[in-house]
Design a protein around this ligand. Structure first.
Ligand code: UDP
Ligand code: MG
Length: 315
């Protein structure tokens, strides 16, 4: 029997849990009858009634599985836990806020079950309902990361995607702690089919992403998938070093032909400020790589499960 696992990270989604469940139930008819469903909810340390609602569902329907974190570990950790807990032959990751339309799942399943693809990925064709400034920075980020890194990340790509078991196994074999799923999916390879859909606004509740969170997530993406910032800082160093030879030569020539080489200390101060600023910046770049090494070296678990109705051997 073929099983489809639906993995849903939830953080303070109390308002949406039932509505989401209803939607999933309503697409069931459009899926082949012999396909078994498994819902894996990951409660990422919600402070509202998300867990109680998921728990109630799990009592109603045996195919509802849940994993509850001991605190908020972030969507990346929640997706990882969901993928680890899922047992299906096909696995789909979908948000709980109905921004990823569950109505796409039957189409995704039709495409993936042809055996031609290992991943049916989705992207938004517009950013309707999103603040303009956020869309602008998002666009800039995609441009930058695609210039810097070797994996190509599609603008507007959602985490909403259906994957085959072998692709999920490959993803689970990537044990890095700084997780940037969009890059991880691309890095894993396999054949991907892209489905596009219009942006939907969240059904209820509010987005969990503040600007600061998105910014640090972007840095995560760049540092995890590119060494370019390190290379750029080395290049800046080399260029400045060579330039200093030119300046030294200039000062010596001035001394020999025109006498006094010293004219004013303000230019000197500017140079010192400029160079020390650059140095500080490059140390910062180095530090952000080093801090990731530090996090990896600590070998802490990526999340802690407080409650679950899944057999222990799965995690
Ligand atoms: N989410 C999560 N942990 C977090 C933040 C978000 O599990 O720390 C979940 C959230 O419940 C939702 C999905 O990730 O199902 C996407 O979050 P959100 O809708 O806030 O992001 P957006 O759609 O605005 O990018
Ligand atoms: Mg959302």
């Amino acid at each position: 029997m073929t099983t489809l696992s639906i993995v849903t990270p939830c953080f303070n989604e109390g308002e949406n849990i039932e509505r989401f469940f209803q939607e999933i139930c309503s697409i069931k008819e459009q899926l082949p009858e012999e396909l078994q469903l498994e819902l894996v909810y990951v409660d990422d340390g919600s402070s509202d009634d998300t867990y109680e609602r998921i728990y109630a569902l799990s009592k109603k329907a045996t195919y509802v599985k849940y994993v509850r974190f001991s605190r908020n570990f972030g969507k990346e950790a929640a997706m990882l836990a969901g993928l680890e807990a899922a047992t299906g032959d096909y696995i789909v990751i979908i948000d709980a806020d109905l921004q990823d339309p569950p109505s796409k799942i039957p189409e995704m399943y039709r495409l993936i079950s042809t055996g031609k693809y290992d991943r049916i990925a989705t992207k938004r064709i517009d950013r309707k309902g999103e603040p303009i400034i956020r869309s602008f920075f998002a666009k800039m980020f995609y441009k930058l990361i695609n210039k810097l890194s070797d994996v190509k990340i599609v603008d507007g790509a959602r985490d909403f995607s259906m994957m085959t078991r072998r692709m999920v196994n490959s993803i689970l074999s990537m044990r890095e702690r700084s997780r940037f799923t969009k890059g991880i999916f691309e890095w894993a390879g396999y054949r991907t089919y892209w489905l596009a859909f219009n942006n939907h606004e969240r059904a209820g509740g509010t987005t969990k992403w503040s600007f600061a969170k998105l910014f640090s997530y972007s840095i995560e993406g760049i540092v995890s998938f590119s060494n370019m910032p390190l290379i750029i800082s080395s290049v800046i160093g080399v260029v400045l070093f060579l330039f200093s030879f030119f300046l030294i030569a200039l000062v010596i020539i001035k001394k020999i032909f025109f006498g006094d080489p010293v004219d004013g200390w303000s230019s000197l101060v500017c140079i010192i400020l400029f160079v020390s600023g650059l140095q500080q910046m490059c140390i910062g770049v180095l530090g952000s790589y080093l801090s990731r090494v530090f996090v990896e070296a600590k070998q802490r678990p990526m999340y802690i499960i407080m409650d679950s109705n899944i057999e222990q051997e799965n995690h």
